[in-house]
Ligand binder design. Structure first.
Ligand code: BTX
Length: 329
């Protein structure tokens, strides 16, 4: 059904003038009535379609409303997004991701919402997800990996978002360990990875991606103004949510396949390229001590690597890092 819809849109798109109902029915191998029903669905999705007697159909304008269908149209991935579920309002796309995983939905299923009323951050924090202003998306994966490798997927997702911003704009994205995407020291995006696993095998992972896209300052809660921003505020222009989702999925699929075939090294290299304060000195503290160290990079288990003044290297998992003057805190 979904693939017929996709082919139908492609046929309409490729024909300069009108295309007849008969030609559509022949090419798609469906009845004229089925063609007509599909047209009705497309109109519901926000397509403006002209129907002229004896000539046929023609797309007059595309929807600015997002739907599972419009998100799939023009999506050039092999497996990521082969099932695309769009909702106008949800509590959290993560919760839906878990439900769909339990229903047996396949690897690569994507859930996108216009608005989340209970968007989640890490450690039960809130993620502000206003209607139509950002990308609130969860990706369901069923990778054959050990649970210990799950942090690598979070790091991978962060590199994908940094790459997207780098490709699409003049902005300079940075990844603040472990997985905040910053632009000009402000948080544009956050990632939340949740998994269900048995002892030595991941059953599924739901990777939640939140990106502030078209918020103006007034759309961001006042208490976050000092540390949060949006792509629009930083770049001075609106971004198409639909195209941006599709680009994320394209880059994600490429990087994920590369990760499976050649391991963590490509993720590591990419992450360190965008890493915030990598190569710089910061203050690190635990309950008892505080010391200066140079941030060096990341480890396969997701730890941050740092070098103390005496040359000793250490792996950080949960110490507090003071990111420095004028920086994100
Ligand atoms: P985090 O715990 O790193 O960030 C949460 C913190 O970030 C909050 O405590 C708040 O200070 C700040 N914050 C809240 N909302 C925003 C925002 N829109 N922009 C910038 N800063 C904010 C990061 O957690 C992980 C976020 C994942 C969000 C996605 S959206 C799709 C999926 N569904 C869902 O419920 N969560 C994920």
């Amino acid at each position: 059904m979904e693939s017929t819809r996709k082919q139908l849109i492609e046929l309409l798109e490729n024909k300069r003038g009108h295309i007849s109902g008969q030609e559509l029915s022949d090419q798609l191998d469906i009845s004229r009535t089925a063609v007509w029903k599909h047209m009705k669905e497309l109109k519901k999705d926000g397509y403006d379609i002209e129907a002229v007697q004896r000539k046929g159909y023609k797309i007059i304008s595309y929807p600015n409303k997002i739907s599972g269908n419009t998100l799939q149209w023009g999506l050039d991935t092999n497996w990521l997004g082969s099932q695309m579920h769009h909702f106008e309002q949800v509590e959290s796309t993560q919760a839906i991701g878990h439900e769909m995983a339990k229903q047996g939905k396949p690897h690569g299923t994507v859930i996108v919402a216009d608005e989340q009323v209970k968007g989640k951050g890490r450690m039960s924090r809130e993620w502000h997800s206003p209607k139509g202003k950002g990308i609130w998306m969860s990706i369901l994966l069923r990778p054959e990996l050990a649970p210990i490798q799950a942090p690598q997927l979070t790091l991978l997702a962060a590199t994908v978002l940094a790459e997207l911003i780098d490709e699409r704009s003049d902005l300079q994205p940075q990844i603040k360990w472990p997985n905040d995407i910053l632009v000009n020291h402000k948080k544009i995006s956050g990632i939340l990875t949740e998994m269900q696993a048995e002892q030595d095998q991941i059953q599924y992972v739901v990777i939640g991606i939140g990106i502030n896209v078209n918020q103006g300052l007034q759309d961001i809660p006042a208490d976050l103004h000092h540390k949060a921003s949006s792509l629009k505020i930083e770049s001075g222009q609106e971004w198409s949510i639909q195209e941006t989702v599709q680009q994320i999925l394209r880059i994600f699929e490429k990087r994920f396949d590369q990760y499976l075939s050649s391991g963590f090294s490509s993720v590591k290299e990419n992450w360190e390229h965008y890493g915030y304060r990598i190569g710089e000195e910061v203050t690190i503290s635990t309950m008892k001590h505080s010391w200066r160290a140079e941030l060096i990079g990341i480890e396969p288990d997701g730890a941050l690597r740092a070098k103390k003044a005496n040359g000793v290297e250490e792996k950080l998992y949960s110490a507090e890092i003071h990111w420095g003057e004028g920086g994100y805190h």
